[in-house]
Ligand binder design. Structure first.
Ligand code: PLP
Length: 396
């Protein structure tokens, strides 16, 4: 038996374990300290009642012979895919139900989609990056090129027409930076991808946080995207499904490479290797798109959006450069006083007892930057920002 040696090329998954290690050491030395965590990428607000009621009812259905559901369709139940199709219509995007695939989350689909792509492709990923894009390609041994995201491009890198690539990862609104592409910027990416016969793997996991009209919710709002893009989305942040698990992927019927339909290939892949998402979870997911479900999700989202506003306003007042927060639950800030990401992590923990995520953990261009998330409690977020202002304000 030969193993996949590409796994040896993966860098140690060290970011969040190192954060936890440093926080544990600090707490051991300062048992009285009330540490506030703004590093987490998980939601904290509970799922809205109408959604859980639907799940409970579906669980009840399973106890009666006339409403029992066994294996479901691999692509997802029609009742959920129909809700998703209508949801896309609210952005002006028309999809056929064949193009929508329900899954247990965006992370699985992002990894699994690589089954369709030859190893001999050049992949373009942003740096800093959501590590899944990089690591899943390292596992397969693909060549990876990094595009520089930095202050000069407001962490929104644009295509280099001279560069030849096959697969392009875009995440908008972005994790970790919170930056979001405008319609015009995405149109440039779509034109580039079509011209190169490349495929854009577009991660829209944070689309529900978008507030600006010029920021598209879906890549399919851009003319030309149907021939070059695949979209991955998730109910994790939209509806608090990080623990429940449900996502969806859209593969357009017009996406064809080497004479093969990627939609047909994805269907074949899913029907062969995946047996669908559980019936109660899909019922809960469908309830997210009901009127009450949408209102419940919006109520939770407003909590995070207000946290993001408080963080962003504090940073403005302190004169600290940052992006994100407006269309995203992430705020990406420059470390004060020219500190490195880890130096600022230690300094912030020691002086303010606040935890964030060092930007360098997301790639080399993240050095000197720091990610704060809006997923904390309102009280915790406000207090964290008061402490930040006390420690890094001008009067110091
Ligand atoms: N894509 C991005 C950019 C994310 O930040 C996350 C989760 O943090 C995911 C995908 C994973 O989503 P899911 O929970 O649906 O697997």
């Amino acid at each position: 038996m030969k193993i996949n040696k590409n796994y040896q090329e993966l860098s140690r998954d060290y970011l969040f374990s190192e954060v936890a290690r440093r926080v544990a050491i600090f707490q051991e030395g300062h048992p009285e300290a009330r540490v506030i965590r703004l590093g987490i990428g998980d939601v904290t607000q509970p799922i809205c009642p109408v959604v859980m009621d639907a799940m409970k009812q579906a669980a009840e259905d399973e106890t009666h012979p006339e409403t029992f559901h066994g294996y479901g369709p691999e692509q997802g139940y029609d009742f959920l895919r129909e809700e998703l199709r209508k949801y896309y219509e609210t952005f002006g995007v028309k999809l056929t139900d064949k193009e929508i695939f329900v899954s247990d989350g965006a992370k699985s689909d992002l990894g699994n989609f690589l089954d369709l792509l030859d190893r001999d492709n050049t992949v373009l990923v942003p740096d800093p990056v959501y590590p899944v894009y990089r690591d899943t390609n390292v596992m397969d041994g693909r060549r990876i090129l990094y595009m520089r995201a930095d202050r000069d491009n407001a962490f929104l890198p644009m295509p280099d027409p001279e560069q030849k690539v096959d697969v392009i990862y875009l995440c908008s609104p972005n994790n970790p930076t919170g930056a979001a592409y405008t319609r015009d910027q995405l149109a440039e990416w779509v034109a580039y991808a079509n011209q190169q016969h490349a495929v854009i793997l577009f991660d829209a996991a944070y689309e529900s946080f978008i507030q600006d009209a010029e920021v598209p919710h879906s890549i399919f709002e851009i003319p030309g995207a149907r021939t070059c893009a695949v979209e991955f989305c998730s109910l994790s942040k939209t509806a608090g499904f990080t623990g429940i698990r449900c996502g969806y992927t859209v593969v357009s019927e017009e996406l064809v490479r080497d004479g093969m339909s990627l939609r047909d290939m994805w269907l074949r892949r899913q029907t062969t290797k995946f047996n669908g998402v559980s019936y109660p979870v899909q019922r809960a997911a469908a309830a997210v798109f009901s009127h009450e479900g949408q209102e419940g999700c919006a109520k939770n989202r407003r909590v995070y959006q207000e946290n993001a506003r408080v963080i962003s306003e504090t940073l403005y007042q302190l004169g600290i450069w940052h992006v994100g927060g407006k269309n995203s639950p992430y705020i990406w800030m420059e470390c004060p006083e020219g500190m490195t990401s880890w130096d600022f992590f230690d300094d912030l923990l020691r002086r303010a007892q606040v935890v964030g995520t060092p930007g360098s953990g997301f790639g080399q261009n993240g050095e000197g930057f720091f990610r704060l998330t809006a997923f904390g409690t309102p009280e915790g977020t406000r207090e964290a920002m008061e402490r930040l202002a006390r420690c890094y304000g001008k009067e110091r």
